[in-house]
Design a binder for this molecule. Sequence first.
Ligand code: CP
Ligand code: NVA
Length: 301
Amino acid sequence: MTHFLDIHTTDRPELRKIIDSAQAMKTARAGRPKGAPDDEQPLAGHMVALIFEKPSTRTRVSFDVGVRQMGGQTMVLSGSDMQLGHGETIADTARVLSRYVDLIMIRTFEEATLLEMAEYASVPVINGLTNRTHPCQIMADVMTFEEHRGPIKGKKVVWSGDGNNVFASFAHAAKQFGFHLTFTGPEPLDPEPALDGLYTTERDPNLAVQGADLIVTDTWVSMHDPQSARERRHNQLRGYQVNAELMARAKPDSLFMHCLPAHRDDEATSEVMDGAHSVIFDEAENRLHAQKAIMRWCLGT
Ligand code: CP
Ligand code: NVA
């Protein structure tokens, strides 16, 4: 079974194949209306379940549109509306869904839920974000960087802010794609120890961004973080805001990324988000193309 669970658990040549296929599919349908079918219909006859236990705009719409462009059908399911949210086990849910659908994408809280789904499903499972990682996002981000600047190998990427799930997938990607990753953020919000060795830390954001080809940030309070931590996190992270002054210390042609949704003028200023370095909406678009390639790869189509 070919699941797409994480970047560090997918072989390097396969990751490269997915990015190249995403770019080729994007180029092939350039300029067409979003609802127009692709010339090739690799998901014809396929049914895809998209399960959300957390909110989503990009993941939900991009997967749904991507499946339709490739000729397949989707059903979008909210975790709370399923028996999954009312005591049925993940293993039973996985076995039942596998009798109805050809592919499962799940956005959930605990990584264990994703792994159990993958263990008991007899169809491929895709990670649409957990508390620990967000691999589809970083596949789109690598694709976006390379579209603008060429190979990411050997480049310097700086993450400013919370050492969260999106950072974790960047750390996995740094090893797999061969770029240098620097984390700058407050010690209490350091990435989890399992990621040690995949990045370097520089507490001073002004020093961290020197020589950076790409600066990335994300929300200061993730969906799985308690709202009660909001004020404390804001106080801890205020000094790590990505603003024009910080961007000016990076390379002159540096890019700015944010997976979105953003809290404008918290983790990044609108001046940066809407400025010349920003590629945030290309990132959002590339979720569509990257995930189409991931689904084809999973299904072998
Ligand atoms: N970046 C991202 O995954 O966005 P959504 O939460 O809107 O899906
Ligand atoms: N770190 C954020 C990413 C949202 C796409 C969260 O998990 O809420």
